[in-house]
Design a protein around this ligand. Structure first.
Ligand SMILES: Cc1ncc(COP(=O)(O)O)c(C=O)c1O
Ligand SMILES: N[C@@H](CCCC[NH3+])C(=O)O
Length: 513
């Protein structure tokens, strides 16, 4: 068979074939391989077995892989920053925004990570999981007034009235937090309550006063808070996911002096303790230099604050952001151990230069914990060939999902790849340049912009898109009243649902009169 040509200026045909799991293991969940029949197997289950219980479109999460990645991050931070090396200790918090359910939260907590949350419902899920895993006893001091405070926040279920009150393995982020949200976090003594603005300092102080009055806090007890700094370091895969530079909504600027003012206010406030300084420079970062630069800015501010006030912040949180590979064109991303080592080196040398003790150092990776653990399975529903002139053509491959289950291509021009999953591609049949598209009424509804697929691809074939675990299901939506796909877990030959597929009933349940 003669392969059709690709358009001028495009990558040569054959260069955009999705790597097999054996070729680029970093792209795929650890247990994915081809079975004897040529179809993929996931978590010890054949593709047919997976699809019998979880038809396409479906996310499939490899639970052993998630455990391994969470354990690797926890171990890397502990090993690099453990006090026996003269460091102040280290910890890793999973950024739940990447994908959070109670099961996912329990899994990462069991493997030694904390959980960073960014909304009241993420916090509620983190609290529920923490209670399951750590069994932290319910506060004996909980009063009716405090229960009233909890109820003020919609979406924090009554079950959380019994939540642990020493949730130091949780964090809460977000710009524009309300006093009620801050109060819930303070009531549960989340370990990383990251204030985002000067206004939040006042609200947090106010919340502590009300918790003292309610008897939830002792008369002198302080709320432990961190401050999110804007370090001026620009990094990340796309403008919309880069967050350390000055002209954006998060954090307080170090360069303008606002950060120092805000921190000094916290140090002076009787209700608050400045537990740490926080920096998050962006997401999908593959080079480590930005992290090093940001760490230096944070540590210098810590030094200046100590010189001015005598208070040396015990902790520094260097945020999330480590990237992953999405296609065969991406480099293999730095491992958790490599990132932790780079941070340890810069923290150690900068503190030595400044003459400061080394702080406890934490990180908040999301994408690199869950991203590669999950593949999306789609069924091919249609094929259309478009002639591009001069013999070039492109095949549009429609699948039974689209921008409602993966918004990243539309939002960030994100690149993905797709592998024929239900049979081994036959090298003898040749390739076509394909664009995998969804079923939504938008021409920008693209799942994979460019990929080379076998010429004999047919309706009914199954495609696997790797690396969709982070910001896939978590940013899924109901456009065109699509029901959001489920997330199946697979492990040791078993499977179940992390999240069941949404149904029409789920959508109709919310309708009003
Ligand atoms: C404050 C904060 N921490 C952690 C993360 C997690 O980032 P990533 O998934 O890139 O590791 C984000 C998202 O970019 C974030 O905004
Ligand atoms: N949602 C983004 C990452 C931003 C994370 C939040 N700060 C993505 O899909 O890449």
């Amino acid at each position: 068979m003669t392969n059709p040509a690709v358009a001028a200026g495009e990558a040569p045909l054959g260069s955009l074939v999705a790597p097999e799991p054996t070729e680029r293991p970093d792209l795929w969940p650890t247990t994915v391989r081809r079975g004897p029949d040529g179809a993929l197997t996931l978590g010890g289950r054949t593709l047919t077995q997976v699809l019998e219980q979880a038809p396409t479109p479906v996310f499939v999460l490899d639970e052993a892989d998630l455990r391994g990645r969470a354990a690797a991050w926890a171990a890397a931070m502990e090993e690099e920053f453990w006090p026996r090396y003269g460091m102040g200790g280290g910890s890793a918090f999973y950024a739940g925004k990447a994908f959070l359910t109670t099961r996912v939260a329990r899994t990462v907590l069991e493997e030694g990570m904390g959980i960073d949350t960014a909304s009241r419902c993420e916090l509620a899920v983190g609290l529920a999981a923490l209670q399951d895993v750590d069994g932290v006893p319910v506060s004996a001091q909980k009063t009716a007034a405090a229960q009233g405070a909890l109820q003020e926040v919609d979406g924090v279920p009554p079950a959380l009235q019994d939540a642990p009150t020493q949730a130091t393995r949780l964090g809460l982020h977000g710009n524009g937090k309300t006093e009620a949200e801050l109060r819930v976090a303070l009531q549960h003594r989340v370990g990383h309550l990251v204030l985002d603005s000067a206004a939040e300092v006042d609200l947090a102080a106010c919340a502590v006063r009300s918790l003292r009055q309610a008897g939830v806090y002792g008369p002198q007890e302080q709320g432990k808070v961190m401050v999110r700094l804007t370090t001026g370091v620009h990094a990340g895969g796309h403008e919309h996911i880069s967050t350390g530079h000055e002209d954006q909504k998060f954090g307080v600027s170090v360069a303008s002096g606002e950060a120092r003012e805000v921190c000094e206010r916290i140090i002076a406030a009787p209700e608050l303790e400045l537990h740490g300084l926080h920096s998050h420079i962006g997401s999908q970062i593959l080079a480590l230099d930005g992290f090093r630069q940001a760490a230096q800015v944070v540590l210098r501010l810590r030094h200046e604050l100590a010189a001015a006030t005598g208070w040396l912040c015990p902790e520094v949180d260097l945020g999330g952001g480590p990237g992953i590979a999405y296609t065969g064109a991406d480099p293999v991303a730095p491992s958790a151990a490599e990132v932790a080592r780079a941070l340890a080196e810069v923290v150690r040398s900068t503190c030595a230069e400044l003459g400061d003790g080394v702080p406890h150092v934490s990180v908040e990776p999301g994408r690199s914990v869950v991203g590669p653990t999950t593949v999306m399975l789609y069924t091919v529903t249609g094929l259309k060939t478009v002639q591009l002139g001069e013999g070039a053509s492109r095949v549009y491959v429609s699948v039974d999902g689209g921008m409602s289950d993966n918004l990243r291509p539309a939002l960030y021009d994100a690149e993905y790849t797709a592998l024929l999953a239900n049979r081994r591609p036959d090298p003898a049949v040749g390739l076509v340049r394909a664009r995998v598209v969804g079923k939504h009424c938008e021409s920008g509804d693209v799942v994979v912009r460019d990929v080379d697929l076998p010429v004999d691809l047919a309706v009914g074939d199954v495609l696997a898109v790797p690396a969709v675990g982070a910001y896939g299901r978590s940013m899924a939506n109901n456009y065109n009243l699509f029901t959001r796909p489920g997330v199946a877990w697979v492990a040791d030959g078993q499977q179940g649902w992390v999240l069941r597929p949404e149904t029409l009933e789920d959508l109709l349940r919310l309708e009003g009169d």
